[in-house]
Design a protein around this ligand. Structure first.
Ligand code: PRX
Length: 645
C-alpha cells in the first residue's frame, strides 16, 4: 500500500505530550508482558479506592467470566466529582452549549457536586436503592449528567435510552431491565425542533406497570400530561433536597450501567458495565488518547444515549477532572458552521466527533469552517465508523489546518472504551486506519478456519485477552453473552468486525461481519427493522441489508414481499417507513424499499443475505454462487427492479 500517505507526529507533540513513541512502545510491551502489574499500577494512580483489591484480574473466556479488581471498593461518582473539590472546586466541570446558540451555561465542580448530591437524595426520596435500575430518557442538558452521576452515587444502575428512540423501543428497554424509575424532560430541543420526550415516555409507560416514579425536568415548559401519584417535578423537588448525600461504597464489580445495543439477532441486548474496571479504562484512555492536560477544554459531540457519551463525555473526562462540553444541538443548526463557532466560543482544544458529521459538513463548503478561527484546536478525533480518507484529509487540512493530529478511535459499546487508536504524540497517522492497540490490548485476526493470521493480512477482529473496561454480561442473559462473543472463536472475544493489518502492524477496520448496520454511526440490527416491517398486515416477509451511502456510511435497504393480493404503492411505502419510525425511531427508517415478490432462499428456506447485500450495493458482477437457491430466477427479478441510487 505504498500510495497510502503517512503523517508524522507534529513537532509540538514531540515537545509536549503525555506519551511519546518510545514510551508507547515500552508501556505497551509492559502491559502485555505483565498485565497484572501494569493494571495495578494504573489503578493505583488513576482511581481513589476505598479498599484495595484482592486480585487484579480473574478472567476465563470459555465461561465468559470476567472480573477485575475483585475485593476492591470505590464509588464512581466520588471519583468523578468529590475528589476534585479539594483542588478544582471552582474549575468548570461542564460547559453546556444549548441548541440555541444564545443558551449556554458553565457548571463548576462545586456546583456539580451540589446538583448531583441533591439529585441523589431525590432518587432516594423515591425509594431508589443500590442495585435498582433507573431509566434515563433525556435531552442533552446538564441534568442528564447529573442523573447518571446521581445513580452512581447511590449505587443505582442507570440505563440511558437515546432520546431519538420511539416509545416502543423505550418500553422494551424499561421492561428488559425492570426499571422502576424513569428520568425524563418535558421536551428536548434539536436543530430548532422539539422532541416530545414526556409524551413518548407516557406512551411507553402504558406498558410498564412497575414504573412508580417519573422525574420530569420541565425544560421547555411545554404542556404535558401529568400523573400526580407518579410524576415528580424535578426543579420543584430539588429545592427541598439536602446537599449532603454520602456516596454508597460499591464493589469494583458492582454494575454501574446497562446500555442497550443492537446485535444481529433478536432484541437489543443490555450491555452491562461494572464500576472499577470501567472507570479506570475510561479515564486512562481519555487521558492518553486525547493527550488531556489539566486546563484543556474537551468536546465530544456524541449523545449521552450512546457509549461514547458515557465514556467520553461523562465518566472518562470527569474522572480526570476535565472540563467537558455538553452540546444539545446538531452540527447544521443554525447552519453548518455551528461546530466551529462553538470551538471558538468556548476555546475548545480537543474535539471528538463522528465521520458522518464530518462528511455532512464537508459537503457544505469550507466557508463555514473558515469563518471561525479554530486557533484553540490542538487535537481532533473520530469514532463510530470507518472514516474514508477523503473525509479524513478534509478534517485534517481544512478543520485542523494540518497542525492537529486525528485520533481515529475504534471501539464498541461492549468494549467500554477505546481499543485501537493512535496516540497523538506517539503514532504516525495513516488516513482511514485506527492504527495500533491501546495499552493492554492484544488484537488478533482469525481466518475462516479460526486460525491466527500472522503479519499483514485480513480476518475476523478478535481480542486475545481481557481489559478492565470490557462488558461483563448481557443483562439477564449470560448465555447470550457467551454465544454472541465467545463461541465462534473459542478463547477470544469476537468483535463482530472484520479488519486488515498492514505491514506496519496498523489495523484497518473493514466493517461488520454480521447482520449489524452502521447508519450515521448508529448501530442497527437488520432483524429489528425486519420485525418492525412484518408487523404491517400487508407485509408477508422482509429482508433488510445495508448499502453504501455517501454521508451516512450505510443506508437501510429493505426488500419487502407483500401478502398476495396486496398492490404495492407509494402510500404503502410511507406507511412502512412510519411503522419503522414508530417501532424503533427515525434513525432506522429505510432509505430504499424494493417490492420483492420473492426473496433468494436456499432450499432449506434460509434467505441468502449475501446476494441481497450485493444487489443493494450494485455489485452485480460478483454475486457468487446462486445455484443452491430454491428458485434462481428470483435474483434476476430483483436485479431488474433494483432501485437506482
Ligand atoms: O463496526 C465498528 C464501528 O462501530 C461498531 C460499534 O458500534 P457501537 O457499539 O455503537 O459503538 C460506537 C462507538 C464506540 C464497531 O463494531 N466502529 C466504531 N468505531 C470505529 C468503527 N469502525 C471503524 N472505525 C472506527 N473508528
Amino acid at each position: 500500500m505504498s500510495d497510502i500517505k503517512t503523517y508524522p507526529v507534529p513537532q509540538q507533540y514531540l515537545e509536549h505530550t503525555l506519551i511519546n513513541n518510545a514510551q508507547y512502545e515500552s508501556m505497551y510491551q509492559a502491559s502485555i508482558d505483565d498485565p497484572e502489574n501494569f493494571w495495578a499500577e494504573q489503578a493505583r494512580a488513576k482511581i481513589d479506592w476505598e479498599k484495595p483489591w484482592d486480585s487484579v484480574m480473574n478472567v476465563d473466556y470459555k465461561k465468559a467470566h470476567i472480573r477485575w479488581f475483585e475485593g476492591a471498593e470505590l464509588n464512581v461518582c466520588y471519583n468523578c466529582v468529590d475528589r476534585h473539590l479539594a483542588s478544582k472546586a471552582d474549575q468548570t466541570a461542564i460547559i453546556w452549549e444549548g441548541d440555541d446558540p444564545k443558551n449556554d451555561l458553565s457548571i463548576t465542580y462545586r456546583e456539580l457536586h451540589q446538583k448531583v448530591s441533591r439529585f441523589a437524595n431525590l432518587l432516594k426520596s423515591r425509594n431508589v436503592k443500590k442495585g435498582d435500575r433507573v431509566c434515563i430518557y433525556m435531552p442533552m442538558i446538564p441534568e442528564v449528567v447529573y442523573a447518571m452521576l446521581a445513580c452512581a452515587r447511590i449505587g443505582a444502575i442507570h440505563s440511558v435510552v437515546f432520546g431519538g428512540f420511539s416509545p416502543e423501543s423505550l418500553k422494551s428497554r424499561i421492561l428488559d431491565s425492570d426499571c422502576q424509575v424513569v428520568i425524563t424532560a418535558d421536551e428536548g430541543l434539536r436543530g430548532g425542533k422539539t422532541v416530545p420526550l414526556k409524551k413518548n415516555a407516557d406512551k411507553a409507560l402504558e406498558g410498564c406497570p412497575n414504573v412508580h416514579s417519573v422525574i420530569v425536568v420541565k425544560y421547555t415548559q411545554a404542556d404535558i400530561a401529568w400523573q400526580e401519584s407518579r410524576d415528580v417535578d424535578y426543579y420543584a423537588s430539588m429545592e427541598a433536597m439536602s446537599d449532603d448525600c454520602p456516596c454508597e461504597i460499591m464493589s469494583a464489580e458492582d454494575p454501574l450501567f446497562i446500555l442497550y445495543t443492537s446485535g444481529s439477532t433478536g432484541q437489543p441486548k443490555g450491555v452491562l458495565h461494572t464500576s472499577g474496571g470501567y472507570l479506570l479504562y475510561a479515564a486512562l484512555t481519555h487521558q492518553y488518547v486525547f493527550d488531556y492536560h489539566d486546563g484543556d477544554v474537551y468536546w465530544c459531540t456524541a449523545d449521552a444515549g450512546w457509549i461514547t457519551g458515557h465514556s467520553y463525555i461523562v465518566y472518562g473526562p470527569l474522572a480526570n477532572g476535565a472540563t467537558t462540553l455538553v452540546f444539545e444541538g446538531v452540527p447544521t443548526y443554525p447552519d453548518a458552521g455551528r461546530f466551529w463557532d462553538v470551538v471558538d466560543k468556548h476555546q475548545v482544544n480537543i474535539f471528538y466527533t463522528a465521520p458522518t458529521a464530518i462528511r455532512a459538513l464537508m459537503g457544505q463548503g469550507n466557508e463555514f469552517v473558515n469563518r471561525a478561527s479554530r486557533s484553540s484546536l490542538r487535537l481532533l478525533g473520530t469514532v463510530g465508523e470507518p472514516i474514508n480518507p477523503e473525509a479524513w484529509e478534509w478534517y485534517h487540512q481544512v478543520v485542523g489546518e494540518t497542525r492537529c493530529p486525528i485520533v481515529d478511535t475504534w471501539w464498541q459499546t461492549e468494549t467500554g472504551g477505546i481499543l485501537l487508536t493512535p496516540l497523538p504524540g506517539a503514532t504516525q497517522l495513516k488516513p482511514g486506519s485506527a492504527t495500533r492497540p491501546f495499552f493492554g490490548i492484544e488484537p488478533a485476526l482469525l481466518d475462516s478456519d479460526g486460525k491466527t493470521v500472522e503479519g499483514a493480512g485480513s480476518g475476523a477482529l478478535v481480542m486475545a485477552r481481557s481489559w478492565p473496561g470490557q462488558m461483563r454480561t448481557v443483562y439477564g442473559d449470560h448465555d447470550r453473552f457467551i454465544s454472541t462473543y465467545f463461541s465462534q472463536y473459542p478463547g477470544y472475544y469476537f468483535t463482530g468486525d472484520g479488519a486488515r493489518r498492514d505491514e506496519d502492524g496498523y489495523y484497518w477496520i473493514t466493517g461488520r461481519m454480521d447482520d449489524v448496520l452502521n447508519v450515521s454511526g448508529h448501530r442497527l440490527g437488520t432483524a429489528e427493522i425486519e420485525s418492525a416491517l412484518v408487523l404491517h398486515e400487508s407485509v408477508a416477509e422482509a429482508a433488510v441489508v445495508g448499502f453504501p451511502h455517501d454521508i451516512k456510511g450505510q443506508g437501510v435497504y429493505a426488500y419487502v414481499t407483500l401478502m398476495s393480493g396486496v398492490d404495492p404503492s407509494d402510500a404503502l411505502k410511507q406507511e412502512l417507513i412510519k411503522l419503522v419510525n414508530q417501532e424503533i425511531g427515525p434513525i432506522a427508517k429505510p432509505e430504499m424499499i424494493q417490492w420483492s415478490p420473492g426473496l433468494p432462499k436456499t432450499r432449506s428456506g434460509k434467505i441468502m443475505r449475501r446476494i441481497l447485500r450485493k444487489i443493494a450495493s450494485n455489485e452485480l458482477d460478483n454475486l457468487g454462487d446462486t445455484s443452491t437457491l430454491a428458485d434462481p430466477s428470483v435474483v434476476e427479478q430483483l436485479i431488474k427492479h433494483r432501485l437506482n441510487q
